[in-house]
Write a protein that binds this ligand. Structure first.
Ligand code: ADP
Ligand code: MG
Length: 362
């Protein structure tokens, strides 16, 4: 169903991502080591990743780094190792030859106890060793193994140098491909440091698959198809109004479709409910940023209210929260761009998501 609220897992539920799926397939086919799936929140990165992994038919591990981070307050190596192994084993057919072979290959890792897909360590695991074992197994099976980190920028919030580990794997473990998604595109780039001579991944090549919002036509077509799938008639002007408010952001469009088509709310109530849910979601997403400085919220509000230039935004901020020096202010703006909350264009700053803009304006 197009209007499902969960990330998609099947190609037939994925609207217009054929080209991106092809790119992903192509990267795997060429044996590329590092693939990035980028784009602001709710453009369908996790959905694309799910479908791409399941269609690849390759052994793979997928780790939701954001939820791991929020559960543990950091990304402990042991948790990451458990998730990688558990997910990898689950991706192989139960009691098939491949799964048994992989378990056999992993069983020589010191301190590791496997029962089914349940993973325990008796002592602190060595992730590099684990990746080496996976790589050797993959080479012996002549297969590629994909290790995917969803919202990978959270890997940077940890005492462990995961960038160094990935660099080691990229250089030395040829049967592994790492796929990293990121909503906070600037943060992910900073973490990887492909252009930063001081970072371990400096100079490595990464295939970047960037998701964009749907065009207006695509957005209308997406809604039409979704409603048709549910056997519901929705008038063209209503579709236009929905796209006016939600733009081509598939996460919001499918939520609207769900509220209107599955929950069967009238147009106005569906939009109200959507903005109500969006408010909770966006506040939650912004909460850690706001705990650093409430000025982040005021800057977003300034931009949402139509202030575009550096000085207009600063003036608003100082009016609300007192003086701030230029360097500090510029840093806050730069961070908001890195986190994906602001775009910087020729005219000035803007909020890429109109629903977020409405929420922060309140
Ligand atoms: P992201 O990971 O970029 O934040 P998700 O994959 O979680 O985005 O998608 C957000 C919402 O949009 C989910 O409800 C998902 O089902 C829906 N969605 C994403 N991409 C598509 C698509 N191509 N076609 C239909 N629905 C999609
Ligand atoms: Mg996601």
């Amino acid at each position: 169903m197009l209007f499902d609220l969960q990330p998609k897992t099947r190609r037939e539920d994925l609207y217009d991502r054929e080209e991106k799926l092809r790119e992903f397939e192509d990267a795997l086919h060429l044996g590329e080591k590092l693939v990035l799936i980028l784009g602001i929140r709710r453009l369908g990165k996790s959905s694309l990743l799910n479908v791409a992994l399941s269609e690849s038919n390759l052994p793979h591990a997928k780790i939701d780094v954001r939820s791991l981070y929020f559960t543990h307050g950091s990304i402990p190596q042991e948790m990451l190792a458990k998730r990688i192994l558990g997910s990898l084993i689950s991706s192989l057919p139960p009691s098939g030859k491949l799964r048994l072979g992989m378990i056999e290959a992993l069983s020589s890792i010191k301190g590791l106890r496997l029962s089914g897909v349940h993973v325990e360590f008796e002592k602190k695991p060595d992730l590099a060793e684990i990746l080496e074992r996976i790589n050797s197994w993959a080479e012996s099976e002549e297969k590629r193994v994909v290790i995917a980190f969803d919202e990978a920028q959270y890997l940077r919030l940890s005492g462990v140098q995961y960038d160094g580990l990935i660099a080691y794997a990229v250089d030395n473990l040829p049967a592994l491909t790492f796929v990293l998604t990121g909503s906070e595109v600037g943060m992910l780039h900073d973490f990887l440091g492909l252009d930063n001579p001081k970072k371990p991944l400096f100079g490595r090549y990464a295939r970047e698959i960037t998701l964009e919002r749907f065009s207006r036509e695509q957005s209308i077509d997406f809604l039409e198809r979704g409603f048709r799938e549910l056997g519901i008639d929705v008038s063209p002007p209503e579709l236009e109004r929905a796209v006016d408010r939600l733009d081509g952001i598939v996460g919001w469009l499918s939520m609207y479709g769900y509220l209107r088509g599955v929950r069967k709310l009238p147009e106005k109530d569906a939009l109200n409910e959507l903005f109500h849910r969006a408010e909770a979601l966006v506040k939650e997403e912004l909460s850690s940023l706001l705990s650093y400085s409430r000025r982040y919220g005021l800057i977003l509000k300034a931009v949402a209210m139509g202030n575009e230039t550096w000085s207009e935004i600063k003036e608003y901020l100082e009016f609300k929260a007192g003086r701030i020096n230029d360097a500090k202010f510029s840093l806050l703006l730069k961070n908001l761009v890195k986190y994906g909350y602001l775009d910087k264009g020729a005219r000035g700053y803007s909020i890429p998501d109109p629903v977020v803009a409405e929420v922060v304006k309140k």
